[in-house]
Design a protein around this ligand. Structure first.
Ligand code: SD4
Length: 341
């Protein structure tokens, strides 16, 4: 997949900027841009996920349906680290986390869910069919089964088996956790698959539909070889994902502990509410993480990805190497985000 990347640099977003400014001419900051859907999602796997989301958005469908169907592609992928093919926890079990949020601030989440292929759809059922927002562990699995989701076999994929066996040699839960460009090791480093591709363990997606309404989804296997029971930011509304239909939406990827610490996605949306552009809002929260982590910020990767009510996307990462996939009626590209370092 890497060699087929079609990149544009965030810094060279001139044409995209013109496209968006044309699209939004005459609109005030909080006027929804109806009729021009957009979907953005994290990492390279986002390109395929966006295509599935577009099947819905492109026909005037609802952003909520698009963000669910989009990330299901990644959960389903045999050569991706999201979903049941992903790296296990340190006891050898794959545990999945996901959340979803719509334009009415309805939200649903599952965490520490085992043996279910599509945690994002279970999260949606939690949102639509229960009085709760989050279900975890065996309770989440019990609910999923009651809702008709099949209980899959507990068996590691060949890539995950190999990675787990490698990890067991040292059994260390530490190390720089960066991304492809830095070829880092550690819990959030991407996994090199037998095919030679690099893959991440999370996809976050946010979309605006033809009605100017937002939804978002986030699904992950979390940190590879994590402690049993560990949750990151991805299933936490306000950390891994936040949608406010008056303002926009944001999702996060990277070291979840540090996204939770700053209520990451919610903080980005609040800065957009104050008038910051999506990229600037993402940057400010990355800088907040740097202020908190100091020197230790060098060893982690965090990235935020947001869209505002004008349908303008933006992102910012701690380290180089974070890219996001963008799809509109006119464009389908992978964008390299700017970074603090
Ligand atoms: C987590 N935020 O579980 C996720 C990991 C991630 O690319 O985004 N990896 O902390």
């Amino acid at each position: 997949m890497v060699h087929r990347r079609k990149f544009i640099q965030a810094s060279a977003l001139g044409s995209l900027g013109m496209f968006f400014s044309k699209m939004t001419a005459g609109q005030s900051a909080d006027t929804p841009v109806k009729g021009k859907p957009i979907v953005i999602s994290t990492w390279d796997a986002g390109l395929e996920a966006n295509k599935a989301a577009w099947e819905i958005l492109g026909k005037g469908g609802r952003a909520l349906d698009a963000v669910e169907k989009g990330v299901m592609v990644t959960e389903n992928s045999q050569n991706c680290c999201v979903g049941l093919g992903a790296n296990p926890d340190r006891d050898g079990f794959v545990t999945l986390d996901a959340c979803i949020m719509d334009e009415f601030s309805n939200c649903g989440s599952v965490a520490f869910l085992e043996r279910i292929k599509h945690p994002i759809s279970v999260a949606r059922r939690v949102m639509e069919k229960t009085p709760h927002v989050m279900l975890v562990g065996s309770g989440a699995q019990q609910f999923a089964v009651a809702e008709g989701f099949p209980l899959e076999e507990q068996k590691l994929s060949p890539d995950a088996q190999r990675a787990y066996e490698d990890w067991l040699k040292k059994s260390e839960y530490k190390g720089p956790a960066i991304n492809v460009e830095n070829k880092g090791h550690g819990p959030f480093a991407p996994t090199k698959l037998d095919s030679g591709e690099w893959n991440h363990d999370t996809i976050g997606m946010v979309a605006m539909d033809t009605q100017g309404n937002f939804s978002g989804s986030c699904t992950t296997s979390g940190a590879g070889f994590k402690m049993r029971g560990r949750l990151g930011d991805s299933p936490i509304i306000g950390a891994g994902l936040f949608v406010d239909n008056e303002v926009g939406a944001c999702t996060a990827t990277g070291q979840g502990e540090d996204v939770i610490r700053v209520a990451g996605s919610h903080s980005v949306v609040e800065l957009m509410r104050q008038g910051l552009s999506p990229e600037m809002a993402c940057k400010k929260i990355i800088e907040r993480i740097v202020r908190i982590k100091k020197e230790k910020a060098k060893d982690i990767q965090v990235a935020f990805l947001a869209i505002n009510k004008k349908g303008i996307p933006g992102a910012f990462a701690l380290h180089p190497g974070f890219s996001y996939a963008l799809k509109t009626g006119e464009r389908e590209v992978l964008v390299k985000a700017k970074s603090y370092y």
